[in-house]
Design a protein around this ligand. Sequence first.
Ligand code: UDP
Length: 259
Amino acid sequence: MKVKPVGIERTELLHKGKANNVWATNDPRFLELEASDRISAGNGAKTDVIAGKGEANNLISMAIFSQLEEKGIPTHYVGPGSNAASKIVLKAEPILLEVIGRFKATGSYVKRYECENMLEFDGVYVEYTYKSDNAGDPVIPNDAIVALGILTKRELGYIEYLTEQVALTIRDFFAECDGELIDFKIEFGRLPNGQIVVIDEISPDTCRILDAKTGMSLDKDRFRKDMGDVAEAYQEMAKRVAGLAEDEKSSTGGCAFMA
Ligand code: UDP
């Protein structure tokens, strides 16, 4: 379990992203990431504000990062931040890739290959996109990742291994919340000592999760596809994650999921 780091206070706002704010802190080793209520889709083509989304996403993201750490998967997560929408993280140099893991085909994959929606993969299917708003985040082949010097072949193998570990961990995590994980996006960065770690957020903004019983979307697809009840979906996932933490607390006397 992670507790709020003592003595780390946020100072100036460094960057206001599409969905998150990045703050400097009084210690140069750490940043504060604040999840906002802003929501966007289609590379910023569609935007809105969903009240309570930032807090819901941060609660879910902190719980997942704590789980990853417990499983020995390295992340930059340090602990809760100055408010319910914030977390303290180690400063890392972002690797310019979005790493996508898929258990079933949907979204851009179905458009690209014209396959059946929800085609089930054998294990987790991993692919990479080059993180560039200008270029439109295109899918990038492994050889290009190495040729462009984004990662060495060895690092790419390590990232694929970590992504598979993350996939299994978060699939189980959402299953405990009566959800089915369909696909997700994660990002990696390098710590000053060179170690590669999972960074950023893992939340209903970056995962597709269906209610295990009804098949209802409990993620950003509700916004992308104008399905309605967007705020409700984020609140529902946050409620389930908080419930999981309560169950853990009462059964172990500790709190495995929540930070
Ligand atoms: N995703 C994301 N950020 C992106 C693109 C995708 O978090 O910029 C997530 C998305 O929520 C889904 C997974 O990555 O869980 C796979 O998305 P896909 O490639 O199908 O793209 P989309 O259909 O979302 O454009």
